[in-house]
Design a protein around this ligand. Structure first.
Ligand code: SF4
Length: 365
């Protein structure tokens, strides 16, 4: 069990361990006291929480199998856990037997995918994060107003494919500062930029600055596209990074916001930073000469995986854990409409969304 202290807030996080080798890491001496700075917020955001519950509830309501297009969220532990419960993950709707239930992932889909599902008479449950849907609506609206859209995002990311699909004729992908220098537009006076929700805030603003130097009339999105969860996790790791000899970011390699946390840690003073899916990936040599370890996790990571990291670090002498809180999150999105009632017809407590006092880092998997 790990003890987390943060001034008045003391929590004993007692969650079951993942099966893993114990005592792998040795408690070797270093100059200075060993400690962990634990970022908060970290882990599950409201969109991921909603999407995972949607699959679980669909399995409860309709029975196995429930098909899911792409990974419901970008985390291998979450995906394998849902697979064990009866979810079948597919790349596209044409792999799904006609008439089956299919869940669209938190990253969203383009209208072509929705049409493909309808053509196969699939019963679709849309777990697209509402903050991704917001960007879809912006893309549709600006395209109708004849704007050209510069979408800042990563090539091949599912969210980018889904957003581009809402305005395919009007959208140009800008992958970063290099693209900003070369992108060719039709009418520089009728131009707006939008972005993927999980980018580095600093790098995105650098890209926008370069675009605006070339296109001074470039319009901003009506509100931030980079979501609250991505921004909050970056702010938290920025606070810790200058004091950290090593930062460990828990999350999967295909999770954009997780990978950005490694970049942000390094850009803000962490001596080294590594991403791991599981605690068992932490290498002894990463801890050589390390006094302070920063720990955080991406927005699709259940808390149990962070606890496993803390327990292994405690084995190596890093049992003193201080939580560094830069924001409190209590947002909760309502479930997809098909799942707002329970099997007995009673309303699900998540039917209306809103705010909850249960904070992300207090919630186990
Ligand atoms: S990271 Fe942001 S956009 Fe993505 S699911 Fe979470 S809240 Fe939604």
């Amino acid at each position: 069990m790990s003890t987390i202290t943060n001034g008045a807030f003391v929590a004993h996080l007692d969650v079951p361990r993942m099966p893993a080798e114990r005592n792998r890491l040795k408690d070797l001496p270093v100059a200075g006291a060993k400690r962990v700075l634990l970022a908060a917020p970290r882990g599950y955001c409201a969109g991921v929480d909603r999407a995972v519950i949607a699959v679980e509830k669909a399995l409860e309501r309709y029975g196995s199998p429930v098909y899911v297009r792409k990974q419901i969220v970008h985390n291998i532990y979450v995906v394998s856990t849902l697979e064990k419960k009866g979810a079948i993950f597919v790349d596209d709707v044409d792999e799904v037997p006609e008439g089956s239930h299919i869940v669209f992932s938190a990253h969203g889909v383009s209208p072509v995918v929705v049409q493909g599902a309808a053509a196969r008479h699939l019963i679709a449950i849309d777990a697209t994060c509402p903050l991704v849907t917001k960007v879809h609506r912006e893309a549709t609206r600006f395209a109708r107003a004849d704007f050209e859209i510069l979408l800042i995002g990563h090539t091949g990311h599912e969210e980018v494919e889904g957003t581009m699909g809402h305005a395919p004729e009007r959208t140009i992908l800008v992958t970063g500062p290099a693209d900003a220098a070369t992108v060719v537009v039709t009418n520089p006076d009728h131009l707006v930029w939008l972005s993927q929700t999980t980018l580095s805030v600093d790098e995105t603003m650098q890209t926008v600055r370069l675009l605006r130097e070339r296109f001074p009339n470039l319009q901003d999105p009506p509100s931030d596209d980079i979501c609250y969860a991505t921004q909050n996790r970056q702010v938290a790791i920025k606070k810790i990074a200058p004091d950290a000899d090593l930062v460990i970011v828990v999350g999967s390699a295909n999770s954009s916001n997780t990978v950005r946390l490694v970049d942000v840690a390094l850009e803000n003073g962490a001596r080294t930073a590594h991403r791991v899916d599981y605690a068992s990936e932490i290498r002894q040599e990463w801890l050589d000469g390390v006094s302070t370890v920063g720990v955080t996790s991406g927005a699709s990571v259940p808390e149990i995986l962070v606890q496993e990291v803390l327990d292994d670090l405690a084995d190596a002498g890093y049992g003193d854990v201080s939580q560094v809180v830069t924001a409190e999150e209590d947002l909760m999105f309502s479930l997809p409409k098909e799942l707002r009632t329970n099997a007995d017809g009673s309303p699900d407590e998540r039917g209306l969304g809103g705010r909850t006092r249960r904070l992300d880092w207090q919630r186990g998997a």
